[in-house]
Design a protein around this ligand. Structure first.
Ligand code: CA
Length: 222
């Protein structure tokens, strides 16, 4: 999952970005409304965590402009403003959810999963492809009922592929999902994770199309 974090408070921004990355999420952080506009206009995110009180341009203006462009990326407004009028304005401007500071990280993560799940039209947090099962809420993976332990990155890569079984994701698309801006990335990182996943899951569920990308599900005829 790739998250855009819009937050002008350095302490909150830094700690939140690190916390999200520790969960295996790709988290990019911008500190003002114009930078948020630019990031949202040029990149695709799975969800946005949006502060309202921002330099340059308010979070509410960023949100209105995003929706006016027809961009339906899930947005959770995260702010200390607890006035009812601010909540209503945020939701009416197109926010999908609302979280008041200070908040618990677990609640933020659960709300993130919920908005992304709703966006994808899924009723539960579990992804199932044949006998392979991944639960984003409990972070458990199993194959044929047997639990499989994955690292945060392996989990994130498998999740990205299992969201759309059979769809081929290129190495660049997977890198976008797994890494935020400025994160160190070895050029062969994705193939290393794919190799590790095959060792743990068996070699018949995660497939490579040479020069194209990766997918999960039944092997495609070539
Ligand atoms: Ca702020």
């Amino acid at each position: 999952m790739r998250i855009l974090l819009v937050e002008d408070d350095t302490m909150i921004g830094e700690s939140l970005r690190e916390a999200l990355r520790a969960q295996g999420l790709a988290a990019d952080w911008v500190r003002d409304g114009r930078a948020a506009d630019a990031a949202l206009a040029s990149e695709r995110f799975d969800a946005v965590l949006l502060d309202l009180g921002l330099p340059q341009r308010s979070g509410l203006d960023v949100l209105r402009a995003l929706r006016a462009r027809g961009n339906a990326t899930p947005v959770i407004v995260v702010t200390a403003r607890d006035a009812l009028a601010d909540k209503v304005a945020g939701l009416d401007a197109g926010a999908d959810d609302y979280l008041l500071k200070p908040f618990e990280l677990d609640e933020l993560l659960a709300r993130l999963r919920a908005v992304v799940r709703r966006q994808a039209g899924r009723a539960t947090s579990a992804l199932v492809v044949a006998d392979l099962r991944l639960d984003a809420a409990t972070r458990e993976v199993s194959r044929g009922g047997r639990p499989v332990l994955l690292s945060a990155r392996e989990f994130a890569l498998l999740e990205a592929l299992m969201e759309r079984p059979g769809a081929i994701l290129s190495r660049a698309q997977l890198e976008d999902r797994l890494y935020g801006w400025g994160e160190e990335l070895e050029s062969n990182a994705i193939s290393v994770y794919v190799h590790q996943l095959r060792k743990k899951l068996g070699d018949d569920v995660l497939h490579t199309l040479r020069g194209v990308g990766y997918y999960v599900g039944p092997a495609k005829e070539r």
